[in-house]
Ligand binder design. Sequence first.
Ligand code: PXG
Length: 447
Amino acid sequence: MSASVTPLRQGAQPNDLEPFWMPFTANRQFKRLPRMLVSAQDMHYVASDGRRILDGTSGLWCVNAGHGRKRIVEAVQRQVAKLDFAPTFQMGHPLPFELAGRLVQFMDGHFDHVFFTNSGSESVDTALKIAIAYQRAIGQGTRTRLIGRERGYHGVGFGGISVGGIVKNRMFFGGLLNGVDHLPHTHDLEKNAFSRGEPQWGAHLADELERLVALHDASTIAAVIVEPVAGSTGVLVPPKGYLARLREICDRHGILLIFDEVITGYGRLGKPFAVDYFGVRPDLITTAKGLTNGTVPMGAVFARRGIYDAFMDAPDNAIELFHGYTYSGHPVAAAAGLATLDVYKEEGLFDRAAELAPYWEDAVHSLKGARHVIDLRNIGLVAGIELEPRPGKPTARAFESFVKAFEKDLLIRVTGDIIALSPPLIVDKKQIDRMFDTVRDVLKEVA
Ligand code: PXG
């Protein structure tokens, strides 16, 4: 890549970059010309050369309340000093009980239990396993198939990549899970380019689930998992009515519906969850990221009323679900989660996101006509900017845009030839303007 990447200030990096095998990264290219972040506060990172970088991506879609929030930092500090770790297998400590209680309050009584994990990937594995075990618990043990969707991202566990729909995340890893099928994705530039919010065309794509039911028979299908808004594959907003139609078809056939809200949860759409935004209720919801504002790894799976109860038939000394992680409900993560929920509530950040969404939408669509741009998409405080791929070199244009934006003190995220923006919900209008002005300038400069 270009030699123009900002060099590191002397002495500001670890001596040897080699031993860290970096995730989802071109390791050799990065280690030749690294981009290092060394601190953060509110809307900004500080890079190793001292520049303040505006965070257009909430880290990796997780720092929804902004960086370095005092209340969360102090809660974590206090908790690690008080109770660093305690088991939750046949033992307990107060915090995960309190956090689960706070989380179900978001759900109007429709989701009444929460299973804690350490990441989105683990939340997905947990939800898929609960779905299959639940079907068995209600006497539907032949229902073991899982249905995902093309261009879906559900993390990197074997369950998640099996139901996921990203070629490169699947093709290197052998046979994956048996008995998985996929719905078609909903992205169609011809029909829906430059839609504001939910596109009009495409609700009928949910009917493809009927085709899969006809092919496999409903009695073999445990669950369908989708992201309400696909994030990682470039901000694919669901067509109007699509999610409700999926819900109807699942109901008709006794299939559980799982919403993967690892990105859409905790205010990203201007509501607590996508469930609230779209008014469609799944059976299980996977979350992570914004649950702790990215400070301490933690995920949470919400189970609809009745699911937990279905496991409670065995004698009461029997373990009902043979699943869990050493760190399910970790005290420090739970403390971070509680403090994060306090910040969201006290600062009204979900409502703030909703109030800013129309301004954000106009800012996104002001890029219409900008160089290379072939589509603009938005929902809540999320934007997808799709670029025309450079002939013969897919993804190069977007990656160079990412590097150039960083040189211009803005952190964006790119996937394929799509730029994704999803700032902390504390962003202000001036910062929104700066993000899109910078992207416009970058696109002028990138070949
Ligand atoms: N489900 C969804 C919908 C996600 O977006 C995961 C599961 C997995 O979460 P963990 O915590 O295991 O990484 C995710 C993660 C990007 C990007 O830039 C997105 C994610 C992670 C890293 C980068 O699009 N999403």
